[in-house]
Design a protein. Structure first.
Length: 140
């Protein structure tokens, strides 16, 4: 039962789908912040057409400080789309968006970065399978 729950969570967090619509991305990489609660959590999601989306979440003392979202058409050159910060979004219309990104990042941090080695390896295997599937989709 626990393995079924873990697999379901992996599929949810990876954004896996059976078919590819124009808006579907597959998670292809995750880089975790330092264990001391400082650093960045970086996720990269890719579409079958090669477009990528990168979300960089900066942590200071274990709390989300800034979130930056960037896109790339070639997978190499990322263009910043927007940035949210805790201090600038507090009390503004950006606060709900900041909290949503913060919640998403903290869940991934707990689910992946702080996971037991076996669970982390299963997630890494799934990321590798996502990359292989995307390369297969791109092949003529």
């Amino acid at each position: 039962m626990q393995n079924s729950i873990n697999l379901a969570l992996v599929l949810v967090f990876c954004g896996c789908t059976c078919g590819f619509a124009n808006g579907d991305f597959l998670r292809v990489s995750v880089d975790c912040p330092k264990p001391d609660g400082n650093g960045t959590l970086v996720t990269v999601d890719e579409k079958p057409n090669g477009y990528e989306s990168r979300i960089t979440t900066s942590y200071i003392d274990g709390r989300v400080d800034k979130i930056a979202v960037a896109n790339s058409e070639d997978g190499l050159n990322f263009r910043d789309q927007f940035m949210l910060s805790r201090s600038a979004s507090a009390g503004t219309k950006e606060a709900p968006a900041f909290r949503a990104f913060e919640d998403r990042a903290n869940e991934l941090l707990r689910f992946f970065c702080l996971a037991e080695p076996a669970a982390k390896q299963r997630y890494l295997d799934l990321l590798q399978a996502n990359r292989a599937l995307l390369h297969q989709q791109k092949a003529p």
